[in-house]
Design a protein. Sequence first.
Lengths: 113, 114
Amino acid sequence: AQSVTQLGSHVSVSEGALVLLRCNYSSSVPPYLFWYVQYPNQGLQLLLKYTSAATLVKGINGFEAEFKKSETSFHLTKPSAHMSDAAEYFCAVRTGANSKLTFGKGITLSVRP
Amino acid sequence: NAGVTQTPKFQVLKTGQSMTLQCAQDMNHNSMYWYRQDPGMGLRLIYYSASEGTTDKGEVPNGYNVSRLNKREFSLRLESAAPSQTSVYFCASRTRDREVSGYTFGSGTRLTVV
């Protein structure tokens, strides 16, 4: 079985501050990991994905994530938050190229002026 | 623009009514999925279709049926709506090839059952 855990439901940062959104996974086989972003009243958009190539993955809008097998983690970071980053962020896992995505419960990111 | 199109965008139903949520993709994707999104629950898989002609249950299939009409279209039917089915429903699709691809999502259907 596969699962992801996103601790907490809400993170608030100041504009210009570091963004860190945590994701831990559980998988019996090497996973494929994804981060999605959802802006209000919209669908989900792929931010980045880990597919067993480089452990540091760069995505859109300045976000990146690092796969750490020893910690079973795939935390999302951005050096400097922008107001437009306010959204809900979902971590997701797949255990095979053709298996289904399992999502975490999501984290809402707020950015203060 | 290429992508996943869901209709309707909003719907209010009375308990016991039926309706079908429509989903179509124009990216020649093989696999299609229906998720529901509820506050604090993330996205939960209702049904999926790995390829044209096949459908399978996901995590929360009770109260729903699906039809993979052709390669482009995958519909979700509520036969007798219940207030517990108030949710935002997302359709997604994915190509089925050797690359590990993400899903492409539609913009969602907001359903309220009263």
